[in-house]
Design a protein around this ligand. Structure first.
Ligand code: NI
Length: 210
C-alpha cells in the first residue's frame, strides 16, 4: 500500500466506531485492486482513491463533503500533480450512496471500481456488522416494526430521515447488488447478498416467535 498516503488516513480514522475504521479502508483498497486488475483500470489511481474515499465523507464530517479538503491536502503534500488530484477527487465525489431513488452512476472505470469495492464492503457478513455499528453510532434502534423503510427520492431526504438499522437493509444494502458497475464485483456480490437475505429471515423468525 502507498504508505505516505495510508499512514495519515490510518491516523485520521483510528478512533472510528461507525464502521468506517482503518480496516474498512484496507478492505476497500484490496477489493478495489482486485476488481481493478480484472477490469483493466489504472491501479495507482484506484488505490489512491480507495485510500482517501471516506476521509471527507458527509456521514462523518460536519461539512457537506463537496470540497474534500482533507483528501486534497494529503495529495498535494505528497507531491501529486494537479491533474492527478482532480482525478482522485472526482472519483471520491462519485463513490458515495445518496439514497435509494438517487442515480449515482460513475463516469470513469476507476470510479466504478472504487464504488463497487466500497459497496461490496457494505454487504454480506461484514456489511451486516458494519450496519449495526453505524446504527449504534447514530443512536438508531435495531428494529422498530412501526418504522417503515423509506425509498428516498433525494440525497437530502436520505440524510435527514430517521430510520432503524433493519430498515437500512431495504433502503440501501439489498439494492446494492443490482447497482454494481463491474462484472467482477457482481460475481463477488452474489454470496454476500444471499447471506443478508438469510440473516433477515432468521432475524424475523426470532422476532415473531409463535
Ligand atoms: Ni467507505
Amino acid at each position: 500500500m502507498i504508505s505516505n498516503i495510508s499512514s495519515p488516513v490510518k491516523d485520521a480514522c483510528k478512533n472510528d466506531s461507525s464502521g468506517h475504521d482503518w480496516w474498512h479502508i484496507y478492505r476497500v483498497v484490496n477489493l478495489a485492486k482486485y476488481i481493478g486488475e480484472k477490469e483493466g483500470a489504472n491501479l495507482e489511481i484506484v488505490e489512491l482513491a480507495a485510500l482517501l474515499h471516506d476521509l471527507d465523507d458527509w456521514k462523518l464530517n460536519e461539512s457537506d463533503g463537496s470540497h474534500l479538503p482533507k483528501a486534497r491536502k494529503i495529495l498535494s503534500e505528497n507531491g501529486y500533480s494537479n491533474e492527478t488530484i482532480i482525478t482522485i477527487l472526482g472519483i471520491i465525489d462519485e463513490v458515495s450512496f445518496k439514497g435509494a431513488g438517487v442515480e449515482t452512476k460513475p463516469s470513469t472505470l476507476e470510479a466504478m471500481v472504487v464504488q463497487d469495492a466500497d459497496r461490496l464492503d457494505a454487504i454480506g457478513a461484514i456489511g451486516i456488522a458494519r450496519t449495526f455499528a453505524y446504527g449504534g453510532h447514530k443512536s438508531q434502534p435495531l428494529h422498530d416494526p412501526d418504522l417503515k423503510p423509506n425509498l428516498h427520492a433525494s440525497f437530502d431526504e436520505y440524510k435527514k430521515t430517521r430510520t432503524s438499522t433493519i430498515n437500512h437493509f431495504y433502503e440501501k444494502l439489498l439494492l446494492l447488488k443490482d447497482r454494481l458497475n463491474t462484472p467482477a464485483a457482481k460475481q463477488l456480490a452474489e454470496k454476500r447478498h444471499q447471506f443478508m437475505k438469510q440473516f433477515l429471515e432468521q432475524f424475523y423468525s426470532e422476532w415473531n416467535i409463535e
